[in-house]
Design a protein around this ligand. Structure first.
Ligand SMILES: [Zn+2]
Length: 371
């Protein structure tokens, strides 16, 4: 997932007195687009000294570095929010466009820096396929690109929050960063605004297959250590490990997962039901409400899965697994969704690189590891 950046480590501790230095990272945004550059075929985020090359004489670099706002560190490397004038910087709309224009043989291999801005949602999609990723590192859940994408998304969350608190929501006066804590404070009435993180649930709803309840193990196939003779399938622990395919083709492949497709928003692939938690609601209550609202279904046996920061929507995603309770007839919330359906494990689309908890749950279901 996007925050799993080990062996790097993230430190968000606030230091209001920290001043930027030329080798520190300078995260800069034009709306929801992040500034990056290509050099020697690699996509990178700029340091302040690299930023100096971009802005030339357009702005006073000293002013930019003096006004930079400390965000966080990754493996002791500081990242600041910088606000250079990005007017005129070329925008890249997709990884294909980036590969064509900036990563081709002539330009991609050049030592000259080519700056661009890219929507953070598109920027994260650079991960699976671009030539900028050393392919030998791209397998499993880790890639050296993850730290960079995490930094861009998290910095974007901070940048949006700080910008949206330029003026006080109570009296309209200017706000300024607190010196002592991560907050924006009104210069007139003292109203203090802390970072906005919106909790949202995401849920893998499973309809048990015909052979599902009663005789099946709690975990599936080759990862289970609970498969015994008593399961009635004549398979021992020793036999279970290499028996992934046959185990799945036996009982597990009749389980189905509910997938939906959003009508609005930038994400158009099949996904799990998700929604923001309301004021006064527990995460579990939010799951029941969202599932009923979006697809008209009841669920039971909620199990917490994992959670993750998701700066792209200023959210904290809390993942659950739930079982269908009763009638499987879907009633689509047509204002939000264009389709919804039940999918067998083998029908689940490959999620590519699993940056989100939703994609990880899709993958884990597909592999038979959740059910
Ligand atoms: Zn105020």
């Amino acid at each position: 997932m996007i925050h799993e950046i080990e062996p790097d480590f993230y430190d968000p501790a606030y230091d209001g007195n920290r001043k930027a230095e030329s080798k520190d990272f300078a995260l800069a945004y034009r709306g929801n687009q992040v500034l990056a550059f290509v050099e020697n075929g690699l996509v990178r985020l700029p340091s302040f000294e690299v930023l100096k090359e971009l802005i030339g004489s357009k702005m006073k670099w000293e002013e930019i570095i003096d006004n930079a706002y400390y965000l966080f560190s990754i493996s002791d490397q500081p990242y600041f929010l910088a606000e250079p004038d990005l007017t005129g910087v070329q925008a890249m709309n997709s990884k294909e466009e980036l590969e064509e224009q900036l990563l081709d043989r002539d330009l991609g291999a050049a030592s000259e820096k080519r700056f661009f801005v890219m929507n953070i949602n598109r920027f994260r999609e650079l991960l699976p396929t671009t030539e900028a990723i050393p392919r030998e590192d791209f397998h499993g859940k880790r890639s050296p690109m993850v730290s960079m994408i995490f930094a861009a998304a998290t910095g974007g969350h901070f940048a949006w929050w700080k910008h949206s608190r330029t003026y006080c929501g109570c009296c309209g006066a200017l706000c300024e960063p607190s010196k002592t804590e991560r907050a924006m404070v009104c210069t007139s009435c003292g109203n203090t605004e802390y970072p906005k993180i919106s909790p949202a649930i995401i849920v893998a709803i499973i309809k048990k297959g015909e052979n599902g309840s009663g005789s099946r193990p709690q975990t599936c196939g080759w990862r289970t250590n609970k498969v015994t003779e008593s399961d009635g399938r004549g398979i021992s622990n020793a036999q279970a490990a290499p028996a992934a395919v046959s185990a799945q083709s036996n009982w597990a492949d009749t389980d189905r997962l509910l997938l939906v497709r959003n009508k609005t928003g930038p994400y158009k692939k099949l996904a799990l039901v998700a929604g923001f938690v309301e004021i006064g609601e527990s995460f579990e209550q939010a799951v029941h409400r969202e599932v009923m609202e979006e697809v008209g279904l009841k669920v039971k046996n909620l199990r917490y899965y994992k959670n993750q920061p998701w700066g792209l929507t200023y959210a904290q995603m809390i993942g659950f697994i739930a079982e269908l309770d009763g009638d499987d007839t879907i009633t689509l919330q047509e204002s939000e969704l264009s389709e919804a359906g039940w999918y067998l494990r083998e029908e689940i689309p490959e999620a590519g690189f699993r940056l989100s908890v939703g994609n990880e749950m899709l993958h884990e279901f597909k592999m038979g590891r959740i059910g």
